[in-house]
Design a protein around this ligand. Sequence first.
Ligand code: CDP
Length: 219
Amino acid sequence: MTRPYVVAIDGPAASGKGTLAKRVAEAFEFAYLDTGSLYRAVGVATLRTGGDPAHPQDALHSALSFDLNLVNDPAIRSRAAGEAASQVAAHPGVRDALLAFQRDFSRVPPGGAPGAVLDGRDIGTVVCPNAHVKLFVTASSEARAHRRWLELRRQGEAVEEAQVLQDIRNRDARDAGRASAPMKIADDALLLDTTELSIEEAVSSAIALVANALRLQPK
Ligand code: CDP
């Protein structure tokens, strides 16, 4: 049996990697996994049980009793959930607990799909180092803060844009500075800077990069 295609899409908070990953998956009829939603779910579960996301044992307990239904709960998209996610994600035990699920998804994509797209921070470096194609999606912190602020506002969360920019900077520093699977650009990743691109331009670029690397025709 041939190995399913694996597309790894990494990048910092609100870089647009989720939208790109979803659209790339649709274009090639691959399965899609938003790995950030796993960390967000663990963060929210830790808060809901009265635990502290910064505390390794509290976070690990939530990761080990992981409820997959939580990844579809809109509550994981809040600003507080993003913050809790990046705190639980710094604990090596939590990362280990979520690793097998992510690797299984890439090896046997659900629904018999011919490939899988995973997006996160460490997909190309740790989860799927042998991915067929790796993209690192980035944008200036100001552009990312503006996009995330619009998104939070749409969800009804009132917050100053300057505060969102500060959150993004804190989160970048925590994600890139942690000892366990820090966010970094894999040596063989293709860089996509979306600062000056519209969503459709960024989507077209991502699909073209993947089509070229896999020698596949998108739908
Ligand atoms: O949507 P956004 O870019 O804000 O973040 P996300 O992809 O939902 O991830 C939330 C947090 O989970 C990140 O800030 C990371 O700390 C963590 N994460 C991670 O450590 N590794 C991944 N593969 C995915 C997310």
